[in-house]
Structures are given as C-alpha cells and as structure tokens.
Ligand binder design. Structure first.
Ligand code: HEM
Ligand code: NAG
Ligand code: NAG
Length: 429
C-alpha cells in the first residue's frame, strides 16, 4: 500500500503530531483517503509516544510498501543548467528522481509528501522543516533546495528581495561542521563536497548497521574539532548548530540506510552511501564527486510504514550524541582566529531558563534550539518581508506542533549581545 496522495492531510487528522492550520492547504479527498490517512497518523503518534516512553517499537519490513521506485516517472535524470541543487543530498536526490520538482523549487506540501514517500520522514518533522524553509529561505509557499530561484517561480507576498534558497541560509538553516560540505567562511561556499571529508566518513570503522550512528557520531566530533582548528569564523549557532548539524549526521543513517527483513532499522553500506552522495570510485583509485548527481540506488527500501523518523525520535538521537560529546551543545565559536573557541554563557543568553549543565538533559537541547529560533525570528524576518505577520504566524503554527510533542521550559526572551564577539555569527540572530 502506498500513501502517495495527500499525505499532508495527516497534519489535519492528527491532533498531537501535526496541528497544522487547515487554511494553508486546499484539500479535496475521498472519505476513504481520509480514513487511511487518519490511520497512519494514529500509528505515527503511537510510535512517537512509545519512543518518548523509551520503548521503541521494533519496525517490521514490507518489501512492497517500502520499495522506492527509481524507474519510469522516477527514473534518475541529472540536473540541467537551470535546475537548482544545494547542500542537502536527500533533497537533491528527490529532485533528480522527480519526487519533488526537477527544477529544485518545491512547495511545503511537496516537501512533506516527497520526504515521506522516499525516506519515511515523520510529517511532524517534515512540516516543521518545510515551513521553516518557506519562511526563511523562500516565499512562504515554496523554496529552493539550492540558490535563488528565478523570479517566475516566486509569488510576491511582500518579499523585500529574492529568497536565497537553503544554499544561501548560512546560520539560519545551513550550518558549519557539515559531514561533506565545507564551512562557508572557510571555503567561500557551503554546498560543494570536499572529497577529503567524504573520504574520512567513508573510512570510519563500520558499526553493526554499517555507517550507523556509532560510525557517524565520532565522525561528527572529528569534523567539529576540524572547524575549531581550521575555520577562524566557526560558529556553533543555537538553531543551525544545535539542531540542524545533528540532523546532517543522523539523517545519513536513519534515512539513507537500506531497510530489509534482516535489517529492519536499516543497513548502510559504502555503495549506497556513495550513490546518495553523488560519489563514484573507491579509496584506492580515488573518489569523484559529480555535482548534483545524488541518486537513489535501484532496489532500495525506505523506512517501514509506522516507523517514521519523527521529532521525538530525532530528539533522542540528538540528545544521545550530545551526552557522548558535550561540545556539540557548546554554543559559541572561534573569535576570529583558529583555535579560539569560546562558548557563550547560555544562562545569560536565555534569561536563566537554560544552562550548559542542564542542556543535555531531557528535551532541553531541542527545546532550546526551537525556542531560540522562535525568539530570533521577528528580527530575521524584518529583513525579508515587508510585513512579518504572515511569516511569523506560519512559523509559530509549525512550532506549536513541535512544542506539543516536546514539553519545554518556557523561554521568554533571548539576549544575543554576546554574539557580537563572534565574527562568524552573522545570520544566526
Ligand atoms: C524538508 C526537509 C529537509 C530540509 C529542509 C533539509 C535541509 C537541509 C539543509 C539546510 C542542509 C544543510 C545543513 C548543513 O549545513 O550541514 C541539509 C543537509 C543534509 N541533509 Fe537535508 N533537508 C531535508 C531533508 C533531508 C532528507 C530527507 C535527507 C535524507 C537523507 C537529508 C539528508 C541530509 C544530509 C545527509 C545532509 C548533510 C550533507 C553533508 O554536508 O554531507 N535531508 N539538509
Ligand atoms: C537492500 O536490501 C535488500 C535485501 O537485503 C537487497 O536485496 C537489496 O539489493 C539492497 N539494496 C541496495 C541498494 O543495496
Ligand atoms: C549577562 O547579562 C548581563 C545583563 O543582561 C550583562 O551585564 C553581563 O555582562 C552578561 N554577561 C555576559 C557573559 O555576557
């Protein structure tokens, strides 16, 4: 069974997972569709609850439900000169296989649908990520997975300039310490694969599930240290550093791994990893990166239905990594020279609500990142829209869902004055 139509409606039928405002979408669907969508919503919700309670359900495996087509309408077509591609291999691959428009500009609904169909991303997580993109990097309806889209693809709802897409969203979305992409201020771009970074990832000792989190989390720690060592403007920002940076690692295993009867949680081998990262070759003869050619492997299986990667699930991965490597939560950066990493005073930043010691506990890290994004939004949006009412209300609706899943201490204000010590902090607040 494939829920390929109107999955977005999940949002409307699930009270807890995605209380998304219905006025944003014009939906017409049969009663039967509504019922089947409500059923998946219930399953996802039960899954999320049990994960929160610390007893993950073992996912099953169904080849027919989890197979992802790479033929016919979904055959691989590399991007042409006018097609946009950027720092996210998952989205680039989706565009190359027409799970989102091949030109690389998609609507919120298309992102939610596409990430579910190809990877089994929870609608809660997908909704937040897609709305955040539309608000900060797009025109409130759609956004580009690469650089600025041509004006014919944009609606003009009081835009003050051309939206920059996720390639142009450093510190707002795009982060330092990416697995294969460079730090912006070290290399002058944030989306072209640095082969030695890919080589280092490829050379990690494999875990029980191949390139799983036991392989990728130490790799992230190594990359974090490289940014301290090599990027004078390294900045580990409250949202992009604490929340997006871990996603860039956990998504590799959670989404790219091939699910099977034997490995229902997935096994990620080197061939599948290379395919999703547009890499050919091998360590001996050398690797080649072909820009924009991220490819879904043939005969590859996504996450089980009902085992979607949701916000509570991601929160567990994010926190586990931070417990292992507390520096991941060290908001701050280099102060203009390499090896000058200085953390901000979190208590000061958050009016006493959080501190570095408690940040790794419970949901605090994710809560802090989401709440910071909410507090920073009005100022950031003033530079993007003539009126911030609509973008702010879209963002707050999406955040409402997030906060219904994570119970968070209430952050009332932020004091970002400390950020002026960091030349690489531009865009974070
Ligand atoms: C609407 C959903 C999504 C949004 C808004 C999004 C956005 C982004 C952004 C902004 C980055 C850059 C982060 C950085 O600087 O490190 C990124 C990186 C990344 N994304 Fe996505 N993404 C989405 C879905 C996915 C999916 C479904 C996958 C599945 C594999 C994925 C895998 C990755 C990976 C592995 C990276 C790190 C790439 C690297 O540096 O090597 N993303 N994404
Ligand atoms: C995924 O796993 C199945 C079952 O082991 C296997 O038949 C298939 O070839 C694998 N797909 C890829 C792309 O490795
Ligand atoms: C913290 O905030 C107070 C007042 O809001 C300020 O006087 C103090 O210098 C700040 N401390 C740091 C480390 O920035």
């Amino acid at each position: 069974m494939k829920y390929s139509s109107c999955l977005i409606a999940l949002a409307l039928y699930s009270t807890e997972i995605a209380a998304f405002p219905s006025h944003m979408f014009d939906l017409s669907m049969s009663e039967e569709e509504k019922r089947s969508i409500a059923n998946i919503a219930t399953t996802i919700e039960a899954e999320a609850k049990s994960r929160r309670a610390g007893t993950p359900l073992a996912p099953g495996f169904s080849a027919s439900e989890q197979y992802v087509s790479t033929t016919g309408a979904n055959a691989f077509v590399p991007p042409g000169p006018d097609d946009l591609r950027g720092p996210c291999p998952g989205l680039n691959a989706m565009a190359n296989h027409a799970y989102i428009p091949h030109n690389g500009v998609a609507t919120i609904t298309e992102f939610i649908q596409g990430t579910y169909d190809v990877f089994g991303m929870g609608t809660d997580l997908a909704t937040f990520l897609a709305v955040y993109g539309a608000v900060f990097d797009g025109d409130l309806t759609s956004w580009s997975i690469g650089g600025p889209p041509s004006s014919s693809l944009l609606s003009s709802i009081g835009l003050l300039g051309t939206p920059q897409g996720i390639s142009g969203s450093h510190n707002k979305y795009e982060a330092d310490v990416s697995p294969t992409r460079p730090d912006l201020y070290e290399y002058g771009n944030d989306y072209k694969v640095i082969l030695p970074q890919f080589e280092e990832m490829y050379a990690q000792p494999l875990g029980p599930n191949g390139y799983d989190l036991t392989a990728l989390t130490p790799f992230r720690a190594s990359r974090f240290q490289q940014s301290i060592d090599n990027n004078p403007y390294f900045f580990n920002a409250p949202f992009s550093g604490v929340l997006v940076q871990p996603a860039a690692y956990t998504f590799i295993y959670r989404f790219m791994s091939n699910k099977s009867e034997e490995y229902p949680e997935g096994y990620l081998d080197g061939e599948v990893l290379k395919s999703f990262f547009a890499i050919t070759g091998d360590p001996d003869s050398g690797f080649t990166w072909t820009e924009g050619n991220e490819r879904i492997p043939d005969n590859w299986y996504k996450r089980a239905i009902g085992d979607e990667y949701t916000i509570p699930y991601f929160n567990l991965d994010l926190t586990a990594a931070a417990v292992q490597y507390p520096q991941f939560l060290d908001v701050g950066g280099n102060t203009g020279k390499t090896n000058t990493f200085t953390g901000v005073d979190i208590e000061n930043l958050t009016g006493g609500v959080y501190n570095l010691q408690t940040l790794a506990q419970g949901n605090n890290a994710a809560c802090f990142a989401f709440e910071f994004a909410q507090q920073a939004a009005p100022d950031l949006l003033k530079g993007l829209f003539s009126s911030i009412t609509q973008p702010l209300s879209q963002l707050n609706d999406a955040l409402g869902t997030v906060f219904s899943e994570l119970s968070c201490p209430q952050l009332k204000s932020i004091d970002t004055s400390q950020f002026s010590n960091y030349p690489g902090a531009t865009g974070a607040y």
